[in-house]
Structure formats: structure tokens, C-alpha cells
Design a protein around this ligand. Structure first.
Ligand code: NAP
Length: 302
């Protein structure tokens, strides 16, 4: 039995682990994939205080190392649900593993939003991707497209413009949501084509992506390319917790700034929570708040 089980090993979960360990609690972090969370997909982070510039991967790794140095246990597991047993909560995982914790902090972040195109799932890994940092190198010297207009899309396009022969940046509006500084950097690249007021309507190619069809200002055209990176935001991944969390219309956990949920012993931190600003800094802030709230709740039961 652990004092606190933290579901999710991104900035929120790892910060919660550091705070809970420093408060003397036994901590188990369950992560389904790679430690560090979504930030590891960011080629460069320049808005984390005291760290002027760092790759997201390095920042995530440093957070994971710090949590482990503080004594947090970590298991790679995909959590499928939480059972409330009154005195403790049982966390069930894929392939049958179960872990018991007195309190649980859900810090599952969010997953990339899909374009919703026919054959999108089928072509993931065969030309369609959601992480330019992870997969961009496969497209060295080739033509690729990035879809989206936020900071992720702009950063992805910048990264890919260093590797690929040409980058088509496709956005559904005539202005970007992301930072002007990034847009200016992209304009200075000779191999980035801005395709505004446009939507991807079709994925072309049989086993591998060979191109896309786009609709722009009412007319359709095809672009031949090898890769398409969708960077159109994220969605929460809370479905497995619907019986212990109240979810809002978009699937985010209903919890206030104190990170407490309506369920005894269950706390929520980071991007999976309903909130206005989702940044690495707000995720780490939530991690601290949720850990201290869980410790206080445990103290109240002692
Ligand atoms: P985002 O800011 O929500 O942007 C998503 C973009 O995708 C928007 O431009 C949106 O268009 C577009 N979009 C959404 N659904 C679409 C659809 N179905 N089809 C086509 N386009 C669609 O998401 P993000 O870029 O992932 O960024 C998330 C947060 O992380 C932001 O706060 C961002 O600033 C932050 N971030 C920070 C860094 C950093 O280095 N510090 C790096 C990456 C991200 P509209 O503009 O028309 O809505």
C-alpha cells in the first residue's frame, strides 16, 4: 500500500511526486508511456523560469530524475480504472496489475487531437504523425506538411524546415494563434509555404501517405508529400476515470484551483483538469498543490 499513487509521469505528476516525497509520503508514479509527458515533444522550451532555453526532452528527463532521486517509485503501466474501497483506492492496470494507494492524484495530461480524416488511424506511423520531435528525422530531405496554427504547429514547422526539403504549413484561419516571434522565424526560412484559410480534406496513398488534398477558399488541390504532422491541440484522456471524476463537456476533470475532486482521496493535477491556461508552469504548479492537498487529506485521516 502506497500513501499516494500518481497516475501520469508528466510535469504535473512528477512535481506532485517530489512534493509528496518531501512530505515523507510513499509515492508510486504510474506512467503509460515515456516519463516527461507532452513537454518532451517540444524542441525548445524558453518560458520555464530560470531555464532560458532547454529541449522539452531534457526538461522532462530532469523532472523524472529529480522525482526518482527523492525516492518516488515508478512503474510503466496503462491505468484502466480506479476502485474506491473506502480506506484506500485500488488502481487497476492493463494486463491485470493492481496497486493500492490511500490517495490518488490523476495527472494524465492530454493526448493529441486527431484531424478526424478517413484512414487517419491507418496511416499513423506511415506518414501521419503528431510529434515532429519524435518522427521528424524520418522525413529528412522530403516534403512534409504541418497542420495547425498554435505554438506547437509553428515550432514543429520550424524544426521540420531544418530537416525537410519543403514544409507546407496549413492553417484553417488567416492568422496564427501562436507567437509572432515564431511566425517571423518561419517567414525567414526559404522552404516554408504558408497555406492559410485551408483545411486538409483527404489523405492520399495506399500503405504510405503520398499526399494530401486540401480545400482553400472553396477550391480543392492536391499536394504531393511524404509526411503530415497534425498539431491541432490536445484532448483530455480521462475516460477511464469517469466513475470517480466529474467531467465537463469536453472531458476535462471538474476541479478547482485546489485540485480536489468531489471524490474522497482523489485529486487531479495538470492539463487533464478544467482550466484556462495549460502550460508546463501551470502543470507543475498543480502538481505541488495536488500533492499538498493529498498530504493534508491523509493527515486528516491519521
Ligand atoms: P493550440 O494553441 O490550442 O492550437 C491549436 C491550433 O490547431 C489552433 O491554431 C487551431 O485553430 C487549430 N485547430 C484546432 N482544431 C483543428 C481542426 N480540427 N482542424 C484544423 N485545425 C485545428 O494548441 P498547441 O499549439 O498544441 O498549444 C497548446 C498550448 O501549449 C498553448 O497554450 C501553447 O502556447 C502551448 N505551447 C507552448 C510551447 C512553448 O514552447 N512554450 C510550445 C508548444 C505549445 P484556430 O486557431 O482556428 O483555433
Amino acid at each position: 500500500m502506497h500513501d499516494i499513487i500518481i497516475i501520469g509521469g508528466g510535469p504535473a505528476g512528477l512535481t506532485a511526486a517530489v512534493y509528496a516525497r518531501r512530505a515523507g509520503r510513499s509515492v508510486l508514479v504510474l506512467e503509460k508511456d515515456a516519463l516527461g509527458g507532452q513537454i518532451t515533444w517540444s524542441p525548445k522550451v524558453e518560458n520555464y523560469p530560470a531555464v532560458p532555453s532547454v529541449s522539452g526532452l531534457e526538461l522532462g528527463n530532469r523532472m523524472a530524475e529529480q522525482a526518482m532521486e527523492q525516492g518516488a517509485e515508478i512503474e510503466i503501466e496503462q491505468v484502466t480504472g480506479i476502485e474506491d474501497h473506502g480506506d484506500f483506492r485500488r488502481v487497476r492496470c492493463e494486463f491485470g496489475a493492481e496497486y493500492d494507494g490511500k490517495a490518488v492524484i490523476i495527472a494524465t495530461g492530454a493526448k493529441p487531437r486527431k484531424l478526424g480524416l478517413a484512414r487517419e488511424e491507418e496511416l499513423v506511423g506511415s506518414g501521419v504523425g503528431y510529434c515532429a520531435v519524435c518522427d521528424g528525422a524520418f522525413f529528412r530531405g522530403q516534403e512534409v506538411a504541418v497542420c495547425g496554427g498554435g505554438n506547437s504547429a509553428l515550432q514543429d514547422a520550424l524544426l521540420l524546415s531544418e530537416l525537410c526539403s519543403r514544409v507546407w504549413l496549413i492553417h484553417r484561419r488567416d492568422r496564427f494563434r501562436g507567437e509572432e516571434k515564431l511566425t517571423e522565424a518561419l517567414k525567414a526560412r526559404g522552404n516554408v509555404e504558408f497555406v492559410l484559410n485551408a483545411r486538409v480534406t483527404e489523405l492520399l496513398g495506399e500503405e504510405e501517405l503520398s499526399g494530401i488534398e486540401i480545400e482553400q477558399n472553396g477550391s480543392h488541390r492536391r499536394i504531393e508529400l511524404s509526411g503530415l504532422f497534425a498539431a491541432i491541440g490536445h484532448e483530455p484522456d480521462n475516460a477511464a476515470f469517469a466513475d470517480v471524476l466529474a467531467l465537463d463537456g469536453q472531458g476535462y476533470a471538474e476541479a478547482g484551483e485546489d485540485c480536489r475532486t468531489g471524490t474522497e482521496g482523489v485529486f487531479v493535477a495538470g492539463d487533464c483538469r478544467r482550466k484556462r491556461i495549460r502550460q508546463v508552469t501551470t502543470a507543475v504548479a498543480d502538481g505541488a498543490v495536488a500533492a499538498l492537498a493529498a498530504c493534508e487529506w491523509l493527515d486528516g485521516r491519521a
